[in-house]
Design a protein around this ligand. Sequence first.
Ligand SMILES: Cc1cc2nc3c(=O)[nH]c(=O)nc-3n(C[C@H](O)[C@H](O)[C@H](O)COP(=O)(O)OP(=O)(O)OC[C@H]3O[C@@H](n4cnc5c(N)ncnc54)[C@H](O)[C@@H]3O)c2cc1C
Ligand code: FES
Ligand code: FES
Length: 516
Amino acid sequence: MSDNNIQFLLNNELRTIVNCDPNMTVLNYLRQVLNRKGSKEGCASGDCGACTAVLAEVSCSTKATSEKEQLTYKSINTCITFLSALHGKQLLTVEDLQQGKKLHAVQQAMVDCHGSQCGFCTPGFVMSLFSLNKNLPTAKIYNAAAKDETLELSLEQDIEHGLAGNLCRCTGYRAITAAAKEACFTDDVDQFELQAASTISQLKAITATNDMVALHSEGKSLYIPATLDELANLVELYPQAKLLAGGTDLALSVTQGMAQIQSLIALGNVNELTQISETEHTLSIGAMVSYQACHQLLTREYPEFGQMLYRLGSTQVRNAGTLGGNVGNASPIGDTPPVLIALGAKLVLRRGQRTRILSVENFFVDYKVTQLEEGEFIQSIEIPKSDKRKQLKVFKISKRLDDDISTVLACFYLKLVDQKIVEVQIAFGGMAGIPKRAFLCEKALLGKTNCPETIAAAMASLAQDFTPLSDVRASSEYRMQVAKNLIKKCFYEISQASTNVETRVESFSVQRAFNA
Ligand SMILES: Cc1cc2nc3c(=O)[nH]c(=O)nc-3n(C[C@H](O)[C@H](O)[C@H](O)COP(=O)(O)OP(=O)(O)OC[C@H]3O[C@@H](n4cnc5c(N)ncnc54)[C@H](O)[C@@H]3O)c2cc1C
Ligand code: FES
Ligand code: FES
């Protein structure tokens, strides 16, 4: 059905975009082209959530033996989402929730709980609540879970995570979280649930032919390949084109940096890049898998990695941002690269028909410079499965708990036998122009006993591993001191755990490291 144009459902109405500036955001399209002004622009950088809308897409749920197609709902920041992300999806904005005179349950809850004052943030909150309402387990499960002490996330925490990407300057969050609770416990069946089967068949029809979309407008080009081979050909043919994954970094170059992208290749519809698979020893995560989509798997394998992902951006950012984009972005303060380095993860890089494997550690060369060759891209990230004899510790230091970029991120992956450190890999973000191993620190620890003298030597050696920069987030001295303190914290937690329990440590140091 797709005939070289972007097609999507705006609520339940099929929309076709024939001419498209690749730099056009969904928010500008809604407000300027469609004159739908419910979604607001606050920051245009993904930080305030005023522009939040929801994308629904078809996914498969495997329950017991049957496979069932269903709609998955994701909140996104429309201010940093380019139009290409809509192809084959359903876009729902705040205008779509009310049915006739009847408010949607999440809107009614905001009214009942007095969750709005000036109202500027309200459409964004309502859409985040709508997404929460669609994604949270039912009240029944929560009531049962409340008695289960091993369950990590309570309803309150889920609500906090779901709303952490929305800012309100007037109302105060108590009323809004009360509305969230009310909205999550509703038994209402909404129009989207009633129309799900029809929505699914309409969305499947859009992508049924699996055609590549190529749009050209005023000298600018947008390509949306549908297969890995098409993508590989395009990247070789147009090596200067920008690759778009979730856009949570790239879009900011347009909305904040005022750049204009001339040629854009959007990876979102390449099915092979959204796959997760596992063998006996390895997890393979496609470059386009979002943080949200790999969160459960990574939490199962490495609980501390999963905890850290909950501190990466907001729900809207985690729904869009990808592991491939976080590595490809090559930022010294990207959160996943230090963890991937410490775990010994590898990248599958593709150029034309050729693939090669490179460790994440060797991928980064200099500030924003990587080993990617012209015409090459990241196809997948290969992460070794956890070794139960080892411990992983991840500490993120940032000014705010939620939705904040790291000042320093430290990751320790180590094995102790009778208090002797027999294996150790340590990587830091925010301490150099690239995410990097702390080789001298590792050397000071390897083969030594976990004792105050060993830790002091490791802390001292860190000054030879790194000369951190001063910037808006922190001074060089602060970064060095906090990094040293994290070494102490790591071994303190390990000692505490070994005196308390014999089993594998699953502490929540990520939370406790906030503002350490
Ligand atoms: C509000 C907000 C909060 C944030 N908080 C955090 C945070 O806490 N921690 C953190 O680490 N980051 C954070 N970020 C930054 C951002 O989420 C990450 O950099 C993100 O991982 C980028 O992934 P993406 O899929 O959105 O990539 P994009 O923005 O689409 O791309 C980023 C770069 O990677 C390249 N790229 C993408 N995919 C590939 C590929 N397959 N092969 C080669 N190159 C590729 C692109 O060309 C581009 O240069 C935040 C961003 C926002 C807007
Ligand atoms: S306008 Fe602030 S997140 Fe989009
Ligand atoms: S009600 Fe005014 S900003 Fe939230």
